[in-house]
Design a binder for this molecule. Structure first.
Ligand code: HXC
Length: 513
């Protein structure tokens, strides 16, 4: 027994320490090993590894005599702040983290366990993609991951962290996740790499320029969060987990009331100028509304004209959606609609109430927008809100015009409590635009068009932009003092906490994309 135990211990130590040269190369690239990453991600001593001895059974040339334990992926379960998660971390030091049949089967297993136990799945990706020597069995393994991700969608939260290469079809795994993290300089994601791009298009492009963290965090919108280094990235994954329920039947991790129902803050009115077109940073409003000023923003660098963040208000986890007046005047365009739609759907799937802060001049006009499908994208956001059965609170800070007013969780599409500041202007369009349409002939015939316009604008404003116009017609529940915004939202959320709204019987809807 003593000899067997010692042999087991030595073998296990060899598996854990890995190949020293490969580990050195990994460190030299500024990357941690799979096990070091799991140590940073999980609570100390909480990791339970599964199948550390598993090896590939492939007999292909070049593989038959090289059958390292783990097969290039460390899988298992651990806790984050005491809450269970399932994890897999690809090990680039073995076969470049490439995915073969055994590697895939290990991932399938932890995914199945995560779904069965109702626990989040966290994937740490660092891989050369399909293991070339294992041929179609590697592709079959990827298909099994994608199928399980779709099965897990809306059941347990899925977080994908890209910490190295993630090329070819493998990139669909982060794309299917609810949240995708990337690290600058080391992470890269593309369907076809620089060589193929050059061969097919003739354009030379570097890895970072083609699929680096900043590209996906700003242009493509594939990355939800971008970090400078692995340490802050994995710490941020822990922060995100602290805001998520473990599954769709679980309640979000509320932290208990902090007495916000009685809060007053003059800061709200200081942040937001009265003039409807003067910009301000909606992030400051988020901070004023959230407990401790703390919120977890998604897609910070992409579609900045709308902001989406998870936060707590009076201890309750909520999803905040807000127009951002400092970026493109807060207008809604295609990417902003897609960003907000996906966030709304995520919150709804996991029982997280929505608080929508509205200050929107409308949808972005333009040939490029129309041709790129702003109608589809706006409809996507509309569909997401209409479908959402979680508690929904709307706060109209200033302007809310036209279709954009409807889409930003108006009463008509099902918000439960609509609040508005005395600065609200809810209308089909702003005064200038309306006067142009309604009084074109009068303006053309006027001896003093500027004076006529001034009078007509003033008359329109007095009639249609009156702050009580919508409230008198039941489209706004209350016109509140800006200082009471946090307390009014906290009270609305408390009122709605037991909301139940079964959807119609059907297989599933068909949202526009
Ligand atoms: C087998 C692989 C591999 C792969 C890397 N390796 N990728 N082995 N299959 N796909 C091995 C290398 O042979 C090498 O082995 C070790 O991993 C480290 O690789 P290096 O090239 O030395 O590392 P580096 O210079 O850092 O380059 C990393 C890399 C490059 C950019 C990922 O290896 C690369 O381009 N690999 C191929 C990527 C690719 O085309 N994959 C297929 C994508 S298609 P040794 O023995 O020397 O340590 C795909 C389809 C999925 O994935 C479809 C799903 C639907």
């Amino acid at each position: 027994m003593a000899a067997l135990r010692e042999q087991r211990r030595d073998e296990r130590a060899r598996i854990v320490s890995g190949d020293a040269d490969a580990v050195r190369r990994q460190h030299a690239q500024g990357k941690r090993t799979a096990r070091e990453r799991l140590e940073a991600l999980l609570d100390p001593d909480s990791f339970v590894e599964l199948e550390p001895y598993r090896r590939h059974q492939a007999a292909a040339a070049g593989l038959a005599h090289r059958r390292p334990a783990t097969d290039g992926v460390v899988t298992g379960s651990g806790t984050v702040d005491g809450r269970r998660v399932f994890v897999y971390a690809q090990d680039f030091t073995l076969f470049g983290g490439s995915l073969g049949q055994a590697h895939a089967a290990k991932i399938h297993k932890v995914m199945d366990l995560a779904i069965a136990t109702g626990s989040p799945i966290i994937a740490l990706n660092d891989s050369g993609g399909a293991r070339i020597q294992e041929g179609v069995l590697a592709l079959d393994g990827y298909g099994g991951i994608f199928r399980r991700q779709v099965e897990a969608s809306g059941v347990v939260p899925q977080i994908s962290v890209v910490l190295g290469p993630c090329a070819g079809g493998a990139a669909y795994s982060p794309a299917l996740a609810d949240f995708t993290f990337m690290v600058r300089d080391t992470a890269r994601m593309y369907l076809t790499g620089p060589d193929v791009v050059e061969a097919v298009t003739g354009r030379r492009v570097g890895h970072e320029e083609l699929g680096g963290a900043d590209v996906h965090g700003t242009s493509s919108g594939v990355a939800t969060v971008v970090h400078d280094d692995e340490e802050s990235c994995l710490e941020d994954v822990r922060h995100l987990i602290s805001l998520l329920p473990s599954n769709y039947l679980d309640v979000p991790p509320d932290s208990g009331s902090v007495g916000a129902e009685h809060d007053r803050s003059e800061r709200f009115a200081d942040i937001v100028p009265v003039e409807p077109n003067r910009p301000y940073d909606m992030r400051e409003v988020f901070a004023e509304l959230a407990d401790d000023g703390d919120f977890f923003e998604v897609h910070e660098g992409w579609a900045g004209n709308v902001l989406c963040a998870l936060a707590r208000v009076d201890g309750r986890v909520v999803g905040l959606v807000g127009n951002q007046p400092v970026v493109m005047a807060g207008v809604l365009d295609g990417p902003a609609s897609q960003k907000a739609a996906r966030f709304v759907r995520f919150c709804d799937a996991f029982g997280i109430p929505l608080v929508t802060l509205v200050d929107v001049p409308g949808f972005l006009p333009g040939v490029e927008q129309e041709h790129s499908g702003i109608i589809r994208h706006g409809a996507q956001l509309l569909h997401a809100y209409c479908d959402a059965t979680v508690p929904r609170v709307q706060v109209v800070l200033r302007k809310a015009y036209g279709g954009a007013y409807i889409v930003m969780d108006s009463r008509s599409i099902g918000c439960d409590v609509s609040l508005a500041w005395p600065t609200n202007q809810i209308a089909v369009m702003g005064a200038e635009g309306a006067v142009n349409v309604l009084h074109r002939r009068e303006l053309a015939a006027s001896a003093d068009p500027a004076a006529t316009r001034r009078d007509l604008v003033a008359a329109y404003e007095a009639e249609y932009l009156d702050p009580y116009y919508a409230a008198e017609r039941g489209l706004v529940d209350d016109v509140i003092d800006p200082a009471e915004t946090r307390s009014a939202v906290a009270r609305a959320l408390a009122m709605l906490q037991d909301k139940r709204k079964p959807g119609p019987s059907r297989k599933h809807g068909n949202p526009p994309t």
